[in-house]
Design a protein around this ligand. Sequence first.
Ligand SMILES: Nc1ncnc2c1ncn2[C@@H]1O[C@H](COP(=O)(O)OP(=O)(O)OP(=O)(O)O)[C@@H](O)[C@H]1O
Ligand SMILES: [Mg+2]
Length: 625
Amino acid sequence: MASKTSRDVLIRGFVVLGRAIREQPRIFAVAVSGSVLFGLMVIASAYVVGAVVGDVVVPAIARGSIGVGALVLAATALFGISVLRVVGIFGRRLGAGYMQYRLQAAYRRRVTRRYLDLPLSWHHRNATGTLLSNANSDVEAAWYPIAPLPFAVGTLVMLVGAVVSLFVTDWALALVGLAVFPALFALNVVYSRRMAPRQARAQRLRAEVSGIAHESFDGALVVKTMGREAQETARFAGRAGELRDALIAVGRLRGVFDPMLEALPSLGTLAVLVVGAFRLRQGAIDVTELVSVAFLFTVLAFPVRAIGWVLAELPRSVAGWDRVSRVLDATGEMPYGDRELPADPTPATLQFADVSFGYEPAEAHLPGTEVLGEVSFTVPAGRTVALVGPTGAGKSTIASLAVRLVDPRSGTVTLDGVDVRQLTAGSLAATAALVAQVPFVFDDTVRANIALDRPGIGDDDVWAALRLAEADGFVAGLPDGLDTMVGERGTSLSGGQRQRLTLARALAGRPRLLVLDDATSAVDPRVEAAILAGLRSADRPGASVASILVVAYRRATIALADEVIYIEQGRVVARGTHAELLATVPGYTDLVTAYEQAEVERAQEVPYDEGADPLSSGLEIEVDR
Ligand SMILES: Nc1ncnc2c1ncn2[C@@H]1O[C@H](COP(=O)(O)OP(=O)(O)OP(=O)(O)O)[C@@H](O)[C@H]1O
Ligand SMILES: [Mg+2]
């Protein structure tokens, strides 16, 4: 069983190599040509050395004087061979390097491109650490054998050349070669088969170690505040220890096989000397030929190792390739349509019609639960609709559906009457903007974070967006203004500042529909209401900048909405104005009042800190009851 799977690995490894050659045929040809040139020159050097010994040195000893002409000729030949060998090595190394790094770069690009094409549901199922190692160490591992591949191919050609030249010289010596070379090859194959499971295990552990590391650093705040440093370190150390053991197992195997691979050609040389001495006495060969063949076995030892390098790396390459192709072959990306909405600056109409939705289960055999059931509502052009509901009710899910991060199971989401599935990616992005519950800020300047390299967004637009997001004040106060670097994930900003930055980013694109998912929760309540009021009545009097779907809890904010949709457990329970719902829906009143009370209590306990982490407020947990 084990040997069957390792044979599979070898075969699949050759398939991966074949793919590499198909992708970079020209560079591969250059590298192999260099390698073959080198191999032929190795054989040639053996025969020249043999000739020097047999035809120059031995006669010279016999005569007691050296023939200068012959010596010059021999020196010239050896020099010429050396030059060609150097050219061969140069061509091979350069070609192999080019090929390996080009493939790595190409596949890194393909993998990361694929990440962006795959739907959120796929990302939900795959850990960030794994994605990082897919794009880094797995891509590298897949193409590791490319470095020694041209050498190995050249060596095969060289071995054939060596056997042929052995037969031309003497059949008895050729038999020694025929015994040693296949033995070397067989030893290499055994080596790589033994290596396969160890390499695959090491590659898997590499990904797990990077996954744990990523999670601990990402969650550094939680780890520190909860005093989990020791446990996190232990968790990491455990897996890092397994990786160490796996790599030591790899090294141990290498330690056993490397000397054997080294020793076999030396034994060959010994056999050549023994057999050759007999043949010399029989007069079948002369000194020149004996020295040539003995020397040939010595110089062959090193290149033959190249075959072993390729075979030994194949299992790791297959393991890496499997993990890379899992990403490249993943399906489920959402195909976009070809319809465009007019890019005029009027607000758009968003409509949900009987939308049902469920997240895919983490594991395929588990049943997926329904998160939204037949949700219908409309955000008329230019209107503001508030989405209110207890935690886990499905508000963020509705927000994701509105900007088509996910597609409904049944029912339709339309923008200006067009099913969002029929829109082009560009039209969708230009029309609807989501400001997510958890703000994401790039490690870049304030300007870059807001403009995002989108065409037509100048500094004036950036400032206008910042004003609408009530963020112009604090940005103006930053040391470098728009050029201030905000740190990774915006660590140098407060939570409320981060939220307003991401809001400004959405506004800078002048969307026709704005979806705010609890997007100003970390901002002072008065500022939150001011932002929404500003968005409703911005520059053009009488019309709002965009239609707005806003998830919010605060009374002052909700009260600004034209209509409130109240949902519980994925279903619309009630709709109407804030005042109507307060009067008629007990659940709604409880929720809004509880939230308000909690805010008041919190305000009494600590002076309001707009940088406070909204996630640690504990409010959501209370209102859930
Ligand atoms: N990626 C996911 N995979 C599986 N289930 C999910 C996923 N995201 C959310 N859910 C589930 O879907 C339901 C609705 O989640 P959603 O995030 O839409 O709630 P919400 O109303 O936004 O809550 P909150 O007020 O806490 O933000 C919850 O039961 C949640 O557990
Ligand atoms: Mg949410």
